[in-house]
Design a protein around this ligand. Structure first.
Ligand SMILES: C[S@@+](CC[C@H](N)C(=O)[O-])C[C@H]1O[C@@H](n2cnc3c(N)ncnc32)[C@H](O)[C@@H]1O
Length: 234
């Protein structure tokens, strides 16, 4: 694949460098998220069967990919970070799960080699791309799916009125500090300052322009968005 000189270079984004963080990230996310509930919510929508194959992009330490592997034939777990992939691969071995293929790649560079997919999932990763490149990533995901295939996107997506940003972010960070302590609050602050999280109406528009129908959309706390989508027959 020839990458044009103007294409966004995914590894350049400093927030995307998870290589040395895998173990810390894996333990930390279990503290601050209800991972099992998140996984169940997506698996419930995907309704996988034993002959199906799915892709997760930005798979991180693999918790979703490993859970999904018990419900389908094959999971492709793709991530930009070799460190995250190595860590996830070790978890797969410990859990004796052998139908997950761990592959290096990004939203803009991963080339799917197998047959079209039944589902694509991405969680807390698309915000690493600026909006134009999010749109390109969503179009690439659409092309990798079978007609009738499903797409689940979870990410930090803002759903408050931007004119309330001072009040909203101030209160949000203060609550994060109360719940997770000052280090956690500092990470939220960093996310808001450095990452490319976008607004719900922009995200919805980009998903629909990529060709998806949004079957269900949910926003939690004005900060976390979930989009359960289908590549509908036209
Ligand atoms: C916050 S972690 C989320 C991991 C996991 N999906 C979860 O929900 O816990 C973000 C992950 O996205 C990966 N990542 C960052 N930029 C990416 C890109 N452009 N393409 C694919 N993966 C990317 C990082 O290496 C990291 O593993």
């Amino acid at each position: 694949m020839t990458i044009p000189a103007w294409q966004y270079h995914e590894p350049d984004h400093p927030g995307a460098d998870f290589d040395a963080l895998a173990e810390f990230y894996d333990q930390d996310m279990q503290k601050h998220r209800d991972i099992q509930r998140e996984i169940a919510e997506i698996l419930d929508f995907l309704d996988l069967s034993a002959d199906q194959s799915i892709l997760e992009i930005g798979a991180g330490t693999g918790e979703f990919a490993l859970a999904a592997a018990r419900h389908c034939r094959k999971v492709y777990a793709v991530d930009l970070s070799p460190g995250m992939l190595r860590y996830a691969e070790k978890k797969a071995a410990l859990r004796t799960i052998s139908n997950v293929e761990f592959l290096p790649g990004g939203f803009l560079t991963y080339q799917h080699q197998g047959t079209p997919l039944n589902a694509v999932v991405t969680q807390i990763a698309l915000h690493h791309l600026p909006d134009f490149w999010k749109q390109i990533a969503l179009m690439r995901i659409f092309d990798m799916l079978k007609v009738g295939g499903k797409f689940c996107l979870r990410d930090v997506v803002y759903s408050f009125d931007p004119k309330d940003q001072e009040k909203f972010f101030g209160e949000f960070i203060s609550k994060a500090s109360g719940k997770g302590g000052p280090e956690f609050a500092a990470r939220i602050t960093d996310h808001i300052r450095k990452e490319y999280s976008t607004m719900d109406w922009i995200m919805r528009g980009m998903i629909e322009r990529a060709g998806f129908e949004i079957s269900r959309e949910k926003n939690n706390l004005g900060f976390f968005g979930l989009y359960l989508c289908t590549k509908a027959r036209r």
